[in-house]
Write a protein that binds this ligand. Structure first.
Ligand SMILES: Nc1ncnc2c1ncn2[C@@H]1O[C@H](COP(=O)(O)OP(=O)(O)OP(=O)(O)O)[C@@H](O)[C@H]1O
Ligand SMILES: [Mg+2]
Length: 282
């Protein structure tokens, strides 16, 4: 069982100042093109569409993610639908999927947070708040211009977030990225660590960690990837809300130790579960 990375991703990693490939190499990951046909393991890469992943792993049936495992975690509308179909109940902002040229649902309630199935502007904060129909139309148009003229808009009940600190786009949230390995919540870290090195609201209490662990396992349940990230934000009333989930193979983090711990777990290596104030093993 081995960890793999694709050297074609190196320029993107450099541009994005993403250290994960360096960290993977430090713990023994191998270049994908060196994988033998019968290799088993897990590939960390960037998301360049389903056909790209098919190409990467078609000759290596033992390397995960398999394309179907990855695909079910790419779009937030798909993820929320899967959770609903499986009657999975976790606290999450009420969500409306707005299709182009369809009438708005009549129970839409402002303020809202808008994003597309695949991505938001990644800024969050007050500037992302949509307060009325006018702002909804303007913001939807901007999102469609950037992400595709016919993309559905995902409108979510606005959460008053507990603030971790300031960064270039205003307030950064107390947001936690959890990592679920083979269905088991393995580790967590503060998600805006790259922006706020000493966040307010940390360390988390035992009770917070136990809630996050339970919620992460619950969200991951209907999905098949060996590595799933599940993100949560805390509101000003200190309640946790599930925000989004995604494939761990393509998920970023600034927490080196948590990332290495999780990657080692994928290949059956149990390393020392060290923890600090902003991340640790569950
Ligand atoms: N309902 C909400 N109310 C207020 N702020 C929100 C809400 N949902 C998300 N945010 C803020 O916006 C940020 C980005 O949202 P989200 O994680 O859904 O999109 P994304 O990170 O762009 O998606 P992806 O990681 O899949 O590319 C969050 O970190 C959070 O700060
Ligand atoms: Mg996010």
């Amino acid at each position: 069982m081995q960890l793999f990375y694709d050297p074609d991703d190196l320029p993107d990693a450099k541009r994005l100042n993403d250290k994960r490939i360096d960290w993977l190499r430090e713990i023994g990951a191998v270049e994908l093109h060196r994988a033998l046909p019968d290799a088993t393991g897990f590939l960390f890469s960037y998301q360049h569409g389903e056909s790209h992943l098919v190409q990467q792993v078609e000759d290596h049936p033992g390397i995960h993610d398999r394309p179907s495992e990855r695909q079910e975690l790419i779009r937030l509308d798909d993820i929320l639908r899967t959770l609903a179909e499986n009657e999975i109940d976790v606290p999450t902002p009420k969500t409306w999927v707005l299709e182009i040229d369809q009438e708005l649902p009549d129970d839409l309630k402002f303020p809202l947070f808008l994003r597309t199935p695949r991505s938001s502007w990644k800024r969050g904060g007050e500037q992302a708040k949509v307060r009325n129909l006018r702002e909804l139309a303007d913001e939807s148009e901007l999102l469609r211009r950037a992400f595709g003229w016919n993309t559905p808009i995902i409108a979510r009940q606005w959460l008053d977030i507990a603030v971790a600190g300031k960064w270039m786009f205003g307030n950064a949230p107390q947001e936690i990225r959890t990592w679920v390995v083979d269905g088991e919540p393995a580790a967590w870290s503060f998600h805006y660590l790259h922006a706020v090195p000493n966040p307010a609201g940390f360390p988390l209490s035992e009770d917070d960690l136990s809630q996050l662990k339970t919620m992460a396992a619950t969200v991951a349940k209907p999905f098949h990837s060996r590595l799933i990230v599940v993100d949560f934000i805390r509101d000003t009333r200190l309640q946790w809300h599930f925000i989004e989930a995604g494939p761990g193979a393509v998920a970023g983090t600034a927490h080196q130790w948590v990332f290495k711990y999780v990657a080692n777990r994928l290949v059956g290596k149990e390393t020392n579960p060290i923890a600090d104030e902003v991340g640790g093993a569950f």
